[in-house]
Design a protein around this ligand. Structure first.
Ligand SMILES: [Zn+2]
Length: 176
C-alpha cells in the first residue's frame, strides 16, 4: 500500500498526474483500494479538502522514507514521526468475524482518511523494517517518479514501458 500510495503521483504520457490532489480524486483512489485498505465493502468513502492536505503530507513523508531507503540516507525527523505516528493508529482496529468472514472494524471516530493514513503508514513501516526493503527501487527511467519492489531478479524498471523508454533515450543519446 505504501508504494501504491506514492504511485498516485506519476507521469502519464509525459504529463505529471496527481490522482489524490482533489477530494474527488482521493475518493476514487480510496474506492479502488478499499478492500486492501481493510474497509468493509459498504463502508462510505468520505473525504474533503482537509483530507487532501493530509493525503499530500502523508505521501510526502512516505516518499521521504522510501527515498532515504534507496539513497542509504536518513529521512527528515518530521517525516519519520508522521509515518510512525499514523502507523500506530491501525491498532485501533478490531477484527470481527461475521458469517462472510473476518474483517476489520474501525472505531467510529476514524474517518476515511484516518484509515488510509494508518494503513499506508503501517505498510511503509513494515516494508522498511523487513527484508523486502532490499528490493525497493526508484525507477531510473526518464520521466518516471515511481518506486517499486523488484520482485524479479535483475528487474531494473517499474514497468516494461519504462525499460523501453530508457533504451530509446540511451540509443538517441548515443547517436547524437
Ligand atoms: Zn518507471
Amino acid at each position: 500500500m505504501a508504494v501504491e500510495f506514492t504511485s498516485s503521483w506519476h507521469f502519464d504520457a509525459g504529463v505529471l498526474i496527481d490522482e489524490v490532489n482533489t477530494p474527488q480524486g482521493l475518493a476514487r483512489w480510496t474506492g479502488t483500494y478499499r478492500s486492501r485498505l481493510g474497509m468493509a465493502a459498504g463502508a462510505p468513502v468520505e473525504v474533503g479538502p482537509c483530507d487532501v492536505t493530509t493525503a499530500l503530507a502523508v505521501r510526502g513523508a512516505v516518499r521521504d522514507l522510501l527515498d532515504a531507503m534507496v539513497d542509504r540516507s536518513v529521512p527528515p525527523r518530521s517525516s519519520l514521526d508522521l509515518v510512525t505516528g499514523q502507523a500506530q493508529r491501525v491498532q485501533a482496529a478490531r477484527v470481527s468475524w461475521p458469517p462472510a468472514g473476518p474483517q476489520l472494524e474501525w472505531p467510529d471516530g476514524m474517518g476515511t482518511m484516518d484509515i488510509v493514513s494508518a494503513q499506508v503508514c503501517a505498510s511503509a513501516t513494515r516494508l522498511l523494517t523487513s527484508p523486502r526493503r532490499e528490493l525497493l527501487r526508484r525507477c531510473p527511467a526518464p520521466s518516471c517518479v515511481l518506486f517499486f519492489t523488484a520482485l524479479r531478479t535483475g528487474q531494473q524498471w517499474c514497468s516494461p514501458a519504462c525499460g523501453n523508454r530508457a533504451r530509446v533515450a540511451r540509443h538517441s543519446a548515443k547517436t547524437r
